[in-house]
Design a protein. Structure first.
Length: 362
């Protein structure tokens, strides 16, 4: 009876949280994607969800082999009410993603499920699990300060294996046997053997993809007049800055092309001038990045340093809709930091320049 009251209080908390934060999944999705992009993580996708009450209640009632409740204080002990899953194309991107997350949130727990499986001498579930907490330094999630959530990071192949294995083991009857109380039973030995074999093949495939990624060479154009496009940017940036800053997702190069073009940075020569080593070192010193920035972040900030308010107005205008309104606020705060450090023009100088331009046009 006592635990029923505890569960009822947890239910009241859950439903009130859901009412007051109807966009929680979208908020975490946008924040995590932005962090990964800024960190130069090449990822497949980010999925977020708020656990349904029926699933959460069932989890809260779970007991261990000794009959004791696994989550005696569900609000404190259950960490995946908010869940995030990140999939990457190959496993070499996982450490980069983990570092970005660890640098951006308070880490309560970090578990390498793949490593645990290898230590036990077997094949199977491969994923990194993080239990994280939002602190007050995370601008995009200020409404969730103190909130604990779970993140799973795995490759697309590991995810495919895990989803199929979960479907067979937990959802389908006749192949896996379960006890009357709902606890999971053992798989048919033949099916279990086949899962183990498939897991081994997936691990081998992941290793091959890692080697392919390491061996792949992108053509490096040397002509200073080569036009900057989303298609040429990967090779051009590899030539200009090498591996100093992590590469973004393929689709992000379109955004880079747009913000460069709006300022007339449309050739290799112009981009080389923008990527001035001294300016980059100033940004790394002044901006106090929480993690090593990726190509997208460093180029965006170099444009902000060079063009100031004009860059904000061109890429996040006042009448823009979300998420551009959020970007505008973030860029304004960054510009203020640059101006305070005297590495960007002061507002008065920018206003005078714009007034001069208007007079010349008239």
């Amino acid at each position: 009876m006592t635990y029923d009251k505890t569960l009822a209080r947890f239910g009241s908390y859950y439903h009130e949280f859901r009412r007051s934060h109807p966009g929680v999944a979208e908020d975490f999705h946008a924040a995590i994607e932005e962090l990964l992009t800024d960190g130069g993580v090449t990822y497949d996708r980010v999925s977020t969800r708020l656990k349904e009450w029926s699933s959460l209640k069932a989890k809260a009632r779970k007991k261990g082999p000794d009959g004791a409740l696994l989550y005696p204080d569900p609000r404190r002990d259950i960490h995946d009410m908010i869940g995030v899953r990140i999939t990457t194309y190959h496993s070499t991107e996982i450490p980069v993603a983990l570092k970005v997350l660890r640098d951006s949130f308070v880490v309560h727990k970090s578990v390498d499920k793949a490593k645990e499986t290898r230590i036990s001498g077997g094949f199977g579930y491969g994923s990194h699990h993080l239990i994280l907490e939002v602190d007050d330094t995370n601008e995009d999630l200020q409404d969730y300060v103190g909130m604990v959530f779970e993140v799973q990071v795995r490759t697309v192949l590991q995810h495919a294996w895990a989803e199929f294995e979960h479907d067979i083991r937990y959802k389908r009857s006749g192949i896996a046997t379960g006890a009357a109380d709902g606890t999971t039973g053992q798989l048919n030995p033949e099916v279990d053997r086949m899962f183990t074999l498939a897991a081994g093949l997936i691990e081998l495939a992941d290793q091959q993809f890692d080697q392919i990624a390491a061996l792949k060479e992108t053509g490096h154009p040397t002509d200073e007049t080569v036009e900057i496009t989303a298609e040429t940017l990967p090779g051009v940036l590899a030539m200009l800055i090498g591996n100093r800053f992590p590469r973004p997702r393929s689709e992000t190069y379109r955004f880079l092309e747009e913000i460069l073009t709006v300022h007339g940075v449309t050739s290799v020569g112009a981009l080389r001038e923008l990527l001035d080593v001294t300016d980059i070192e100033l940004l790394l010193k002044i901006m106090r990045y929480r993690f090593h920035p990726g190509q997208t972040r460093i180029i965006d900030d170099l444009l902000l340093k060079k063009f100031g308010q004009a860059h904000i107005d061109a890429t996040a205008p006042k009448d823009a809709q979300p998420p551009q309104t959020k970007r505008r606020g973030q860029m304004k705060r960054k510009l203020e930091m640059m101006q305070q450090a005297h590495i960007a023009e002061q507002p008065s100088a920018l206003s005078a320049e714009r007034n001069t331009e208007k007079e010349q046009q008239s």
